[in-house]
Ligand binder design. Structure first.
Ligand SMILES: C[S@@+](CC[C@H](N)C(=O)[O-])C[C@H]1O[C@@H](n2cnc3c(N)ncnc32)[C@H](O)[C@@H]1O
Length: 562
């Protein structure tokens, strides 16, 4: 990787242009237009209008595409959907000829963003996307890629990040033995138990109209998912293949009436900050007794106006599966779905679900794995990786515990679980969930793990196993926006702790790889990697990592540089 960066840095502007034109002349691949980013390494945006041929080189963890400039062994990143970049010639995902993939995040900054002009030939792994919105919706990026190819791409991403950001060596014979294969998900659609749709004043009108969808509405308003790359444009959608049938019925009912002028409802405008309706969040759980789906409908609004919502509430609560209608009021200019105040407009304040034999109550804003089916698989892996003795002697520290699911599913086999999370609602859910399941050896504490002091660790005995399920917060509570991943204070705490086993569960392999670099090098060697496909079609990996072995006393952190 160093070589590639150097190659570009050493080239003058003219050389770069000459090289790119050379690529263009070679022909046979799709045209792309470089629109920005090139200046990062040539110091001036001299490539803005150039057209050149590229080969598709892979996908990043975010689902962005990596393009390969023919003959140059150089990858560029594209923030558009994979579906638009399938090309022929056997380069993409081909084991032998896949070029080096550039990580999309620090520390390498030699990506170019490109815009596709046309596709010459579809990739052999392309399939017809089952969802009619797939090619224009920002929700799913890889639906028209064969599932097995999606899985392979995710595996490549993780391996690549572990090597380049985590600074692990694939020359190390141990590396191949510790990297485990991805565990695919058997269910590819209707699996998502939480969807957040946005109301918007600016409907996204894709260049190509969506086949089979007739849009008769003239208000220009939309309720749906954001267009790829736009925070202020929303694709109006009638149903979503990721959520279940009952949730789609709720969406249809809301779509049917929210624009009615007689209701006086207006979508929130992210520019002028005027308007009322911000988001429609749908969460699905299961009735503990019957196992049937139960739904929470959460209207996120800019102010508290229950009269304005009355008609919508009546309509959605008539759907038998809807057991809870909530109103989160978020009066800030930020467009997140977490409100400062929450009101119950119908039914209960929580929904329930089951996981590894335990019952969980979930409130509107607390975290619960979005794929309940695959969460069972993940939690089984976490238990296996924890390597519990099972004699009830061990202490577990469950960092970023959310509603307490991981710690509680392990609690019966250990002495005590201590869980930390910053969201007060998550902590109260966790305490309630412990009670609901008759678990008395779990303590949940609210606190910001980005702001721990030197005394962190004084409140609990030295843990035998640390579970870390980190995800940066997308809410006003987000505390360290410039540094996603674990805070260095926490990493330092973990290094000092010298806990024999850490299970790091992450949905961001890039930040996880970086944290593993900090946590591992100079201390212990990783003993097992496992990647688990948790959200198929949404280009995300959830993967767990375990390290074991004892830490040599007095060892300080050293980073291996390759
Ligand atoms: C991906 S969720 C994982 C929850 C849980 N481990 C699970 O698997 O269900 C990440 C959690 O990290 C919490 N979180 C994010 N930033 C935090 C911080 N700075 N301090 C403490 N908790 C934080 C969020 O509230 C959220 O519950």
């Amino acid at each position: 990787m160093e070589g590639i960066a150097k190659k570009w840095r050493d080239l003058g502007c003219d050389d770069v242009k000459k090289k790119l034109m050379q690529c263009h002349k070679n022909g046979g691949l799709p045209f792309v237009k470089i629109h920005h980013g090139a200046e990062k390494f040539v110091n001036q945006p001299m490539l803005l209008e150039d057209e050149l041929d590229v080969q598709f080189g892979g996908a990043t963890a975010r689902g962005d595409n990596l393009m390969w400039l023919d003959d140059m062994n150089f990858t560029v990143e594209e923030h558009k959907s994979v579906t638009e970049f399938f090309i022929g010639n056997g380069i993409f995902y081909d084991d032998k000829s896949t070029p080096t993939v550039t990580p999309s995040v620090v520390p390498y900054n030699y990506d170019i963003e490109v815009k596709k002009l046309k596709t010459i030939a579809p990739h052999w792994n392309s399939v017809t996307a089952p969802c009619i919105y797939a090619s224009v919706c920002g929700g799913c990026k890889t639906q028209n890629l064969l599932y097995e190819a999606q899985v392979r791409a995710k595996e490549e991403q993780v391996n690549d990040l572990i090597i380049h950001i985590g600074r692990f060596s694939n020359d190390d014979p141990e590396f191949a033995t510790v990297m485990k294969s991805i565990v695919p998900c058997d269910i590819h659609f209707h699996y998502r138990n939480k969807m957040e749709f946005s109301f918007c004043t600016k409907k996204w009108l894709p260049r190509d109209s969506v086949v089979g969808v007739q849009d008769l509405d003239e208000t220009g308003y939309a309720l749906g998912l954001h267009a790829p790359g736009f925070f202020d444009k929303v694709l109006n959608i009638g149903s979503c293949l990721l959520q279940n049938e009952a949730a789609n019925r709720v969406l249809a009912v809301v779509q049917d009436c929210w624009r009615d002028p007689q209701l006086g409802l207006s979508p929130y405008d992210v520019h002028s900050h005027a308007g009322f309706l911000k988001h429609l969040m749908l969460r699905t759980g299961r009735d503990i007794e019957t196992g049937l789906p139960e739904l929470m409908v959460n209207f996120v609004t800019s102010s508290y106006e229950p009269k304005l919502l009355k008609h919508l509430v009546e309509k959605v609560s008539a759907i038998p599966e809807v057991v809870s209608v909530i109103n989160n009021v978020n009066s800030s200019v930020g467009n997140t779905s977490v409100g400062e105040v929450e009101y119950i407009l119908h039914g209960k304040s929580t929904i329930t679900d089951t996981l590894r034999g335990l019952k969980f109550q979930i409130s509107a804003n607390s975290f619960f794995q979005t794929n309940s089916y695959q969460a069972e698989v993940l939690y089984k892996l976490i238990e296996d990786f924890s390597g519990l003795k099972g004699d009830g002697s061990e202490i577990i520290l469950d960092l970023f515990c959310g509603t307490g699911t991981i710690g509680l599913t392990l609690a019966r086999r250990v002495k005590h679980v201590y869980g930390y999370d910053v969201v007060p609602q998550a902590i109260s859910d966790a305490c309630r969930n412990a009670e609901l399941n008759g678990i008395h050896n779990a303590t949940f504490i609210q606190g910001d793990l980005n702001k721990i002091g030197d005394d962190f660790g004084n409140n609990f005995p030295k843990p035998d196993i640390v579970i870390s399920g980190y995800k940066e917060l997308q809410s006003p509570l987000k505390t360290d926006p410039n540094r996603p991943g674990m805070h260095t204070k926490l990493i330092k705490f973990l290094l000092k702790l010298r806990c024999p086993r850490i299970v790091y569960v992450s949905c961001n392999p890039a930040t996880c790889a970086r944290d593993l670099d900090y946590l591992c090098h100079g201390m212990m060697t990783p003993s097992l990697f496992n990647k688990r496909d948790v959200v198929s079609s949404k280009s995300k990996n959830e993967w767990t990592w375990q390290k074991s072995g004892s830490c040599p006393q007095g060892t300080t952190l050293q980073r291996r540089i390759y």
